[in-house]
Design a binder for this molecule. Structure first.
Ligand SMILES: Cc1ncc(COP(=O)(O)O)c(C=O)c1O
Length: 448
């Protein structure tokens, strides 16, 4: 462990091991300790670490050029990646705007939506409805549509408050997620909110089709997404899908929205889109929006590093690798194995109140009582402690709090899409040991 003073700072003072190398699903620190990357970093490294084909594509691009400012040059790499991305998105979503991360992609979507409203003479539309809880990024625009109190509250006075509707957490509300009435119940809350705000003032609804860190891999109840789309159409509200975490195969489809054949107006991606090889994200918009905005004078937005050829060459190689290795299908198949193994842990540990997810975006949530779904006492800081204990055993997992950010600890298990059944055994074995150790530290709930 490196204990030398550091000039770096991120969240707090805690120091971490120094990374030496990473290959496939494993990472090693400079002391030679091995870690299984059970969360793909922050659900990023979808194709695994140090993929030779991607590194080779990056080397080839680096020999030619690493940067060409997008307002000075077009590049073969960005054209090819844009074409490939458009081909993987629903019909009509064929205009691609590259950025360097998820927050930038979300900001870009909000601004394109606003410019579209202006261009079609609907200047009164500016409100963006999103869900509570949700996470859409850390920049002030993306944060305004995020609902995660510890991250949003301190900055509230600096942001334009935006309306929120409850995320469809049927498991907490005692509703059956397989019953269409449940999906409609939550979707209708969106319609009620649009009517309350005044439909002419609502610009867009932004939603993660399958929840990420804020809800812990929340799969919407039956009927929810289709009805949400209908409601948006009915009121002229744009549907923006945040696939920053779910995109690029993570949930067992290239886009999670394919589970419902959605036809959104904009999709944003990052994370697995370049799988950690370079900072890269994309906003993919319907040609109707883009052509209208371009006709009205152009998109008033952009980032210096956006669409640079090195990032795009890496992104293209990542998608090609996903296709060549059949990683979307592997995510679907291995996701089933992982979910059933996590349910096996739930059967043995009353501490686990819910297991959920799709493909290789899975999570389990801790409760102190399964009958009431009461969370663990917040002061136990289970989300942080569990991750530390797992880390000590050489397993990396990711955790957050589902209930507004202050309680309701959940753990995300989301290994790279190249994971094998044997490696899932290894993950679940380490989780089992970590659960036993965690329970030994805390009083375990008594009832299953
Ligand atoms: C769903 C979602 N949207 C947006 C973001 C923001 O992405 P970034 O951290 O790359 O800015 C994240 C990051 O976790 C995310 O999970």
């Amino acid at each position: 462990m490196n204990v030398k003073p550091s000039h770096l700072f991120y969240q707090g003072r805690e120091r971490k091991p120094v990374l030496d190398q990473a290959r496939g699903v494993y990472m090693w620190d400079v002391d030679g300790k091995r870690y299984l990357d059970g969360s793909s970093g922050a659900m990023v490294c979808n194709i695994g670490h140090s993929n030779e084909n991607v590194l080779e594509a990056m080397r080839r691009q680096m020999e030619k050029s690493t940067f060409g400012y997008r307002l000075h040059f077009e590049t073969e790499a960005s054209e090819k990646l844009a074409a490939k991305t458009a081909a993987l998105c629903p019909a009509g979503l064929n205009r691609v705007f590259f950025v360097s991360g998820g927050s930038e992609a979300v900001e870009s979507a909000l601004k394109l939506a606003r410019q579209y409203a202006l261009a079609i003479g609907e200047a009164s539309r500016w409100k963006i409805i999103s869900r509570a809880p949700s996470y859409h990024g850390c920049t002030l625009g993306a944060l305004a549509i995020t609902s995660y109190a510890p991250l949003t509250d301190p900055f509230a006075p600096m942001m334009q408050a935006m309306p929120k509707v409850p995320a469809p957490r049927a498991y907490l509300d005692g509703l059956d997620p397989h019953d269409e009435a449940t999906g409609h119940h939550y979707a209708d809350m969106l319609e009620a909110k649009i009517l309350e705000e005044g439909p002419d003032s609502v610009l867009a609804f932004v939603v993660e089709p399958i929840g990420g860190a804020s809800t812990g891999a929340l799969v919407p109840p039956r009927g929810y997404m289709e009805r949400v789309q209908k409601i948006c159409r009915r009121h002229g509200v744009l549907l923006i899908l945040d696939e920053v975490m779910t995109g690029a195969g993570r949930t067992g489809k290239f886009l999670a929205s394919e589970y419902w054949d959605l036809e959104p107006d904009i999709i944003v991606m990052s994370k697995g889109f370049a799988a950690g090889y370079v900072p890269l994200g994309a906003m993919v918009a319907h040609e109707r929006l883009v052509e209208t905005v371009l006709d009205a004078g152009g998109f008033l937005h952009g980032y210096t590093y956006a669409g640079n050829p090195l990032a795009c060459a890496a992104g293209l190689a990542v998608i090609e690798e996903i296709e060549r290795e059949g990683l979307v299908a592997n995510a679907a198949a291995m996701g089933e194995v992982l979910l059933s193994r996590l349910r096996g842990l739930m059967a043995r540990y009353p501490l686990i109140g819910d297991v959920r997810g799709k493909g290789l975006l899975t999570a389990f949530e801790f409760v102190s009582d399964r009958r009431t779904m009461a969370p663990l006492p917040p002061e136990a800081r289970a989300f942080a402690r569990f991750v530390d204990l797992a880390y000590g055993r050489g397993l990396i997992v990711y955790s957050r709090r589902t209930r507004g950010g202050y309680s309701g600890d959940h753990v995300l298990v989301a290994p790279p899409l190249i994971v094998t059944a044997a490696q899932i055994d290894e993950i679940v074995g380490l989780l089992d040991e970590t659960l036993a150790e965690f329970i030994a530290e805390h009083a375990a709930p008594e009832t299953v």
